[in-house]
Design a protein around this ligand. Structure first.
Ligand code: CP
Ligand code: NVA
Length: 307
């Protein structure tokens, strides 16, 4: 069966553990599951980390990445998402896409003979959550009963991060303003994913109280630029700065998927200070991507793919 990775929850808890284990395993131990094979990386939005880390993960597994801009393939303008996917699945062992509308990666997965990976959609950013948890595991050993705070917009990054943390047994505390918070459905669903829990407050100080890690993300995600002025007003008191971090645990670390906007969602003192783990977190994107690709390709019949 072709496995896809559109959401963090496409993995069971045991499979998430396995992906994270593969991500930190020596590269040589993974073999070369992509030897002689391609990986299509389609981007409808800009990227630094995701493109670079996915390209290098493909290379480390013996394959060849083909970067393609969204306008080149023209999903549903030049040809349908399904036609693009069926053609590319004949060239590549894996298809990955960064899209505005999550339904595009779902439609790709519905017709693809090879794994489809979500490299960020309006709904979720599961590759980021793999790197986030890998970074926290390196710090804490285990996430079980750790307190993880996320302050700001309950967006794609926050959703996937929350899912991963609850699956690994952590207690997630969201601090999000009205209108930008997790829905009751999201909270109930995520709470049921594993041994951890999730709760939400509108007060950033109580969200971070006693936290082991404090996460945030941009207040204005790609595609939301028209809402920027309104968002600046709403999110003003949700900045992660030294004052807010004073309420967190004494050894709390700071995390951010990047790109970051100093002076908005995070102060320069925090992101450039000793609690920050953002560069290790960014570098872990490559290791996490390698683990995920090795996992997805483990059951693939490579003879067939190299036809
Ligand atoms: N964190 C992240 O996905 O970064 P890029 O947008 O640079 O890929
Ligand atoms: N939430 C951000 C993450 C960028 C990596 C966005 O979607 O633009």
């Amino acid at each position: 069966m072709t496995r896809h990775f559109l959401e963090l929850t496409d993995l069971s808890v045991a499979e998430l553990d396995e992906v994270l284990r593969l991500g930190v395993a020596p590269i040589a131990s993974l073999g070369c599951p992509l030897r002689g094979l391609g990986a299509a990386l389609i981007f409808e939005k800009p990227s630094n980390r995701t493109r670079q880390s996915m390209e290098m993960a493909v290379v480390q597994l013996g394959g060849h990445p083909v970067y393609t801009r969204g306008e080149e393939v023209g999903f549903d303008t030049r040809e349908t998402v399904e036609d693009v996917t069926r053609i590319m699945a004949g060239y590549h062992a894996v298809l990955a896409a960064r899209v505005f509308d999550h339904r595009v990666v779902s439609r790709m997965a519905a017709v693809s003979a090879v794994p489809v990976v979500n490299m960020l959609s309006d709904h979720s950013h599961p590759l980021q959550a793999l790197a986030d948890t890998m970074t926290m595991l390196a710090e804490f050993g285990s996430l079980r009963d750790r307190s993880i705070a996320y302050v700001g917009d309950f967006n794609n990054v926050a959703r996937s991060l929350s899912e991963a943390c609850v699956m690994l047994g952590a207690h997630v505390h969201l601090g999000c303003p009205e209108g930008y918070e997790a829905s009751d459905d999201d909270l109930a669903r995520i709470d049921g994913l594993g041994a951890g829990t999730i709760v939400q407050t509108r007060d950033p100080v109580s969200a971070v109280a006693g936290a082991d890690a404090v996460h945030t993300d941009t207040w204005t995600s790609m595609g939301q630029e028209m809402e920027k002025a309104e968002r600046m007003e709403v999110f003003g008191r949700y900045q992660v700065n030294d004052g807010l971090l004073a309420a967190a645990g004494p050894n709390a670390i700071f995390m951010h998927c990047l790109p970051a906007y100093r002076g908005l969602e995070v102060s320069a003192e925090v992101i450039d200070g000793p609690r920050s783990r953002v560069f290790a977190q960014g570098h872990n994107r490559m290791h996490a991507a390698r683990g995920l690709l090795a996992f997805l390709l483990a059951d693939t019949d490579r003879t067939d793919l190299a036809r």
